[in-house]
Design a protein around this ligand. Structure first.
Ligand code: SF4
Length: 85
């Protein structure tokens, strides 16, 4: 049994939101376009993993203009709305 075995369930239904977010971010970090994106370190991001395993970066900032894309083009190198976590 590994060191994370006590904290990480294999049953997705039993995982906490923070566990799910951490696992999704790990998946994003493995993606060439997302792993180097500033969004991954921004407190406004949410990583979405589809049922087919595709990984998307959702911007949930409430400071962006209304025409700001929900899924910004990646990799995002700079962003004026970036917030550190
Ligand atoms: S605010 Fe900018 S850096 Fe943060 S998630 Fe949105 S697009 Fe990415």
């Amino acid at each position: 049994m590994g060191p994370n075995a006590m904290n990480e369930s294999n049953d997705p239904a039993e995982r906490t939101n923070s566990e799910r977010a951490r696992i999704a971010d790990e998946r994003a970090a493995e993606q060439p376009l997302l792993g180097c994106s500033i969004c991954l370190k921004c407190s406004s991001h949410r990583t979405i993993v589809s049922g087919k395993g595709s990984v998307f970066m959702l911007c949930q900032s409430d400071e962006t203009p209304c025409d700001w894309p929900k899924y910004p083009a990646q990799p995002m190198q700079q962003c004026r709305y970036y917030r550190s976590e």
